[in-house]
Design a protein around this ligand. Sequence first.
Ligand code: NAP
Length: 310
Amino acid sequence: MTTVFFAAGAHQWAKYEPHLGAALSRAGVTADIVTEAPDPAAIDYIVFAPGGLIEDFSPFVNTRAVLSLWAGVERVVGNTTLTQPLCRMVDPGLEKGMIEYVTGHALRHHLGMDRFITATAPHWDQKQPPLAQNRKVAVLGLGELGAACAHALARIGFDVHGWSRSPKTLEGLTTASGPDGLDAVLKGAEIVVLLLPDTPATENVLNDRALAQLAPGAAIINPGRGPLIDEGALLDALDSGQVGHATMDVFRQEPLPPDHPFWHHPNVTVTPHIAAWTRPDTASGVVAENVRRGEAGAPFLHLVDRVTGY
Ligand code: NAP
């Protein structure tokens, strides 16, 4: 019998209980799912989320893998007690949600919808947006979520330029990589989507220098992580008009403190870290597949590289 410790907390268990056992059965795994671990040495797999039941992984000496329910692992990857393999969440439901968030907000800015939605007086202004093919969009991060969003934006017709750490060839997209490739992707971009992980190498990737490369009045969409943006530089760019609007889903401190300038800035839209949620039904299948692999001696899916931090 395989023992799976659901350590993501009671709040998450209420959502996962209807799905996880069934997913493990479907994967052909006979498992005992526990929500407490009085004997850590008896635990084969840990299902993890930040703010859950575990901060010290060292007593779990026989645990074969820690399976994160979150795609972003910056809150656990540097935990020095974690010596077990760490897998992050790559969930089809999460990906679909992110595509909807990113394309929705990109189209809002592309079509200039705000001027009609917020109009308070008659104003017959027939200014047309360009076609999407004439709008350069930069997507920073071409992983599971970034690539999916970049392809969705390209299918709408946008001129999509993507950036990653390692070189990539993706049909329908212009790509660049590494520090040297960033300027080419940002130069003249009118919409920027951030889908990078939070690592030491990505902090403040959108700084004053990077913001200056954009087309004047560009829109920023950040469902990645708060530290990707130098907040002071963004506020300056918003005030100067270099950035026309920022749609921010993630922040250095969450919940975003009530006195934070983003809440009150007329050209910032704050969404409360809701861009894409891990869906318990689909995510349970991902967890179960990794347990199945661990039991079969097969390589785990979505292993986190502890050196790069994602
Ligand atoms: P992923 O598959 O790990 O992809 C990360 C991408 O970022 C890869 O393309 C990677 O390049 C690139 N990258 C990493 N470090 C870089 C660097 N120093 N320079 C240039 N590119 C770099 O991650 P994902 O699943 O797409 O998720 C991306 C992020 O979305 C997560 O880390 C999380 O922070 C965020 N997220 C937010 C929400 C929300 O609701 N707001 C939900 C889920 C996830 P390579 O391809 O070369 O490795």
